[in-house]
Design a protein around this ligand. Structure first.
Ligand SMILES: C[S@@+](CC[C@H](N)C(=O)[O-])C[C@H]1O[C@@H](n2cnc3c(N)ncnc32)[C@H](O)[C@@H]1O
Length: 181
């Protein structure tokens, strides 16, 4: 479990701040490093909902948030597998969805994020370069292929405005556009 570095952290904090985020979903709590960057960019009353399959990771993340002085009500940690938990979250309620869980599930996270985000909200995926394997067509392992396909899907999808930020191991973000009725 590798936490994000400061480049990705600053980009996430920036996104949360420009979105004036009140509600953020994170997939892959880890020990709370990315969560703390997100919380620092969000509104002071904003709530981070963070999901992880490992309860021990979430215990460490809660400790990270407490030590950083984050009020308990600002971080909602939900244990469980992302694809079990995400369907229980409210449609159109979230400003930002940050994905850093199982790379092989990234396409499913995108589908869930499109439902969870308000129009104008942003979805972001860590490890979009996957240690430079995504750009090398000879690399065909499951995770590399999943991330490569996600990039194509996001580039071609109607209603998404994507950008690949070359920070850390790559942060692939997209704005969910307003679609006229
Ligand atoms: C790279 S770490 C997250 C690091 C964290 N975002 C940070 O920067 O501090 C990936 C995390 O995703 C969790 N994870 C893996 N597969 C998952 C799944 N299917 N659902 C939810 N969490 C998952 C792992 O337990 C691990 O804590």
């Amino acid at each position: 479990m590798v936490p994000i570095g400061s480049g990705v952290g600053a980009a996430l904090r920036f996104l949360a701040a420009v979105l004036d985020a009140r509600a953020v979903v994170e997939i892959g709590t880890g020990t709370g490093v990315s969560g703390l960057w997100l919380l620092r960019g969000m509104r002071p009353d904003g709530v981070l909902t963070t999901v992880d399959v490992e309860t021990e990771h979430q215990r460490l993340a809660k400790q990270t948030f407490t030590e950083a002085g984050v009020p308990a009500q600002r971080a909602r940690t939900i244990p469980g597998s992302a694809l079990d938990v995400l369907p229980r979250l409210t449609d159109g309620h979230y400003d930002l969805v940050f994905c850093d869980g199982d790379k092989r599930e990234y396409a499913d996270y995108l589908k869930e994020a499109m439902r969870l985000l308000r129009p104008g909200g942003v979805v972001a995926f860590d490890n979009a370069l996957w240690h430079d394997r995504v750009a090398d067509p000879a690399q065909r392992d499951e995770e590399t292929v999943a991330i490569r396909e996600l990039g194509r899907t996001m580039q071609e999808a109607e209603g998404l405005l994507p950008v690949l930020l070359p920070v850390g191991d790559g942060l692939l973000a997209a704005k969910k556009e307003w679609i006229p009725e």
